[in-house]
Design a protein around this ligand. Structure first.
Ligand code: NAP
Length: 323
């Protein structure tokens, strides 16, 4: 495993981190498997774990607390998120700070996360939705300063809404935000335009999330794929999205060099961008942890191949199903 500096925090985080939504939020999770998958990730050198209170109302946070307890000798960086007070994901431009992150709510949910994780300090607390219109509002700013001063959080981040990478740029200028979590993958390259240069300039850590486009870039989805009604993906991979996603993935498959599969290519594309501090693939299965952890081996994709992948950029706009 290779490590990268996490912006101004100066933490050395593993290039491949761990996304913890699916194991406590999606259907088909088995504790007996994901506990072993998590342990294996620690053994392979992973040290950055991303969860949220919103992943099954604290259950994913409790699972992460259990992992840290099983590995007390390891420094694991624990990142979690404050849900918006109205519990609506993502936020909309007309939502107010009062509706989503009033100061008492920021503090209340940080306390809940501290208890669920079983730690005295959260390494990285994040806003789980964000509107840049709130940038100048001193209420969230003071709450974040208080939490840092009280030693409840070490760093603060914004997790930007899907396909809105620029909806945090003014907020980053406040100097109170240490990390940004953003969708960045072969399709979603828009963070390169404005967000990544801003993160470079301000020395802000970058967490690349949804590296597989929620599954499209694993190459396992077909136009016939269905999800159980209680799995959020049944409302995300509606026919309009599923059909287009499968078509885009098929075009990529024709580029695959010998000996490399689509998920590996997807991770290597992201690793080629040195502004990214860590990638957080969602994983529940041991075989996926095995495969993803070994991609961080210091070998880069050839430049001419990266240029070809750049042509697969796919800019999308938030819609009623995109969430
Ligand atoms: N608003 C937000 O802040 C927000 C929103 C979305 C996600 N996130 C964070 O980002 C993380 C990653 O996103 P995600 O989990 O939604 O999507 P993702 O990482 O793009 O895709 C996850 C899917 O890929 C599969 N997978 C992983 N490695 C694989 C491999 N090597 N081969 C084949 N399949 C593989 C997983 O399978 P298994 O699960 O079966 O192992 C899972 O079905 C989340 O877990 C969460 O921590 C944050």
């Amino acid at each position: 495993m290779e490590y990268r500096r996490f912006g101004r925090t100066n933490w050395e985080v593993s290039e491949i981190g761990y996304g913890m939504w699916g194991l406590a939020g999606w259907t088909g999770s088995e504790a007996s498997e994901y506990e072993r998958a998590l342990d294996l990730s620690v053994e392979r050198g992973c040290n950055f774990y991303d969860t949220a209170w919103g992943y099954a109302e604290g259950k994913s946070e409790q699972i992460l607390g259990g992992l840290q307890n099983r590995h007390p000798e390891k420094k694991l960086y624990l990142a979690t998120k404050i849900p918006p007070k109205n519990f609506k994901w993502p936020s909309k431009a007309h939502y107010t700070l009062e509706e989503c992150f009033p100061p008492d709510h920021i503090k209340e949910y940080t306390e809940k996360s501290l208890r669920n994780l079983g730690v005295e300090t959260i390494d990285l607390q994040q806003f789980h939705v964000w509107e840049d219109a709130w940038a100048e509002d001193e209420r969230w700013q003071r709450a974040v300063e208080d939490l840092k001063q009280e030693g409840k959080i070490r760093a603060m981040g914004v997790s930007v809404n899907r396909w809105e990478p620029n909806n945090c740029l003014k907020t980053l200028e406040t100097g109170l935000i240490d990390a940004v979590q953003v969708i960045y993958n072969i399709f979603d390259q828009a963070p390169e335009d404005l967000l990544f240069p801003a993160c470079e300039r301000l020395d802000i850590g970058v967490i690349a999330r949804v590296p597989f486009d929620e599954g499209t870039l694993t190459g396992t989805l077909t136009k016939e794929t269905t999800f159980p009604p209680d799995d959020w993906r049944s409302t995300y991979f509606v026919p309009e999205n599923l059909n287009a996603s499968v078509d885009h993935a098929e075009r990529l498959k024709s580029l695959l060099p010998p000996g490399i599969n689509l998920p590996e290519m997807a991770l290597r594309f992201i690793l080629a961008n040195k502004t990214v501090s860590t990638i957080i693939p969602g994983m529940r299965k041991i075989r996926n942890v095995e495969a993803n952890m070994q991609v961080s081996d210091g070998n880069d994709l050839p430049e001419e191949f990266l240029v070809q992948l750049k042509n697969h950029r796919w800019d999308r706009q938030p819609t009623e199903w995109s969430q």
